[in-house]
Design a protein around this ligand. Structure first.
Ligand SMILES: Nc1nc2c(ncn2[C@@H]2O[C@H](COP(=O)(O)OP(=O)(O)OP(=O)(O)O)[C@@H](O)[C@H]2O)c(=O)[nH]1
Ligand SMILES: [Mg+2]
Length: 228
């Protein structure tokens, strides 16, 4: 853990070209969750390419924060794939440090129905960054969830909010890989739908995107109060 903190610098990631210099035209997104719940798969869904390593091994795959660049609707983003919470390890301090050094615009908590949702993990990240940085939920693993994946939130979203996990917005998706969905038209369609849902969520909720030209500020305001 200590060596990880020492080695971590948002300016020294394993990308061929480093992060953009402090330039708030580039927005910073953090994706976190419990280890093995599909954090890297969600990063890949956002990117639209399989750049973040992922696997089904029981051992953690992502061992250090790594960022990837992408563009959504003409806006530039750096998407950070964080190592997952696990016994004896929390990425919360690293997320706090990234915020101090670079400024985070949006945090995505990747959760899975049942065991993927842990209030302690949410709280650790919430207390590592200022309240003004929005945290949203992306619920994954819903490829077999009835006709409409969004129905999961209608049934369960209230419980999460009632437990104190204050997500300002959400999306219900599958993050199965392109290979996993290639043999099934329904799954393939759900992946396309999922990509759109998560990208729309980002555009709605990224702080500056919603307050500037992308989204009327009252929509952001409404989405915040409707989830309290
Ligand atoms: N059924 C299902 N499996 C998924 C979904 N998303 C990811 N997976 C699988 O979950 C496993 C773990 O995915 P990762 O993206 O590596 O998870 P992670 O949270 O980044 O894991 P670590 O980096 O090891 O902490 C892989 O086998 C994925 O294919 C999903 O929406 N549905
Ligand atoms: Mg990972």
């Amino acid at each position: 853990m200590l060596s990880m903190l020492r080695g971590f610098s948002p300016l020294k990631q394993n990308m061929s070209d480093g992060p953009a210099p402090y330039n708030k035209a580039v927005q910073v997104i953090v994706v976190f969750g419990r280890t093995g719940m599909g954090v890297s798969s969600l990063v890949n869904l956002i990117l639209g390419r399989e750049d973040a390593p992922y696997h089904s091994d029981i051992h953690p795959c992502t061992l250090e924060p790594t960022f990837y660049r992408t563009e959504i609707d003409g806006q530039e983003f750096e998407v950070y794939d964080f190592p997952g919470f696990r016994k004896g390890f929390s990425p919360a301090k690293l997320i706090g440090r990234l915020h101090r050094e670079r400024g985070i615009d949006l945090v995505i908590n990747c959760i899975r129905p049942k065991d993927g949702t842990v209030k302690g993990y949410y709280n650790a990240v919430r207390s590592a960054i200022p309240d003004r940085v929005p945290i949203v939920a992306v619920v994954t693993g819903l490829e077999r969830h009835g006709d409409d994946m969004e129905n999961w939130w209608l049934r369960n979203g209230g419980d999460l909010l009632g437990k104190g996990l204050k997500f300002v917005d959400h999306a219900c998706v599958t993050t199965l890989s392109p290979e996993d969905v290639s043999y099934n038209l329904d799954l393939y369609g759900r992946r396309i739908e999922s990509t759109r849902a998560v990208r729309d969520l980002i555009i709605r909720c990224c702080t500056r995107a919603s307050f500037s030209f992308r989204c009327p500020s009252f929509v952001y305001y409404i989405s915040r109060i409707s989830c309290k």
